[in-house]
Design a protein around this ligand. Structure first.
Ligand SMILES: [Zn+2]
Length: 169
């Protein structure tokens, strides 16, 4: 059961990985965590059990002070080791040194066994892993397996495309 009672609990900063709306998760009585439903990230550094907190306030405080380690929200624009990438099928920037030793940046995603089974015509031939994804002519999606060493969230769309704010003259 989850509740969203936020009495005396500071509002949560956005998810550092995707900018998503973080939520306090009530695991059970007196057992709380904070996570991002958007990219499935959970902060597991609490003192209780495998990393939970005993109060919502403690969980929220811990989540909000994590950027104090020097990582402000915009710092996620730096490359992160691929081991920390969210393997949830979200489109990310992926990068690796190519065979000529030059840095190559692509967009792609993790494809799990379940994802491949649902989306591939011949899933038996496909191993789960990272894939470069692209849209070819006629909007036909295509992808290729790659071995990225780093990842970054996709940059946000241009502010003017948000639509709810009129651009000044
Ligand atoms: Zn997130």
């Amino acid at each position: 059961m989850t509740t969203t009672n936020t009495d005396a609990v500071p509002s949560l900063l956005p998810c550092p990985f995707c900018g998503g709306h973080a939520e306090i998760e009530t695991i059970e009585k007196d057992c709380f965590g904070v996570g991002c439903p958007n990219c499935d990230f959970q902060l597991m550094n609490g003192p209780w059990a495998i990393g939970w907190h005993r109060s919502k306030l403690s969980a929220a405080t811990e989540w909000n002070c994590r950027p104090a380690a020097g990582v402000q929200a915009e710092a996620v624009t730096a490359w992160q080791p691929i081991e920390t990438a969210p393997k949830i099928g979200r489109t990310l920037l992926l990068g690796y040194p190519n065979s000529a030793g030059k840095w190559r940046t692509v967009r792609g995603q993790w494809m799990s066994e379940a994802y491949i089974e649902q989306n591939w015509e011949e899933p038996d031939d496909v191993e789960p892993g990272w894939f470069e994804t692209s849209v070819e002519a006629e909007d036909v999606p295509n992808c290729w397996p790659i071995s990225p060493t780093h990842w970054m969230p996709l940059p946000a769309a241009p502010a003017s495309s948000a639509g709810d704010q009129e651009v000044g003259s």
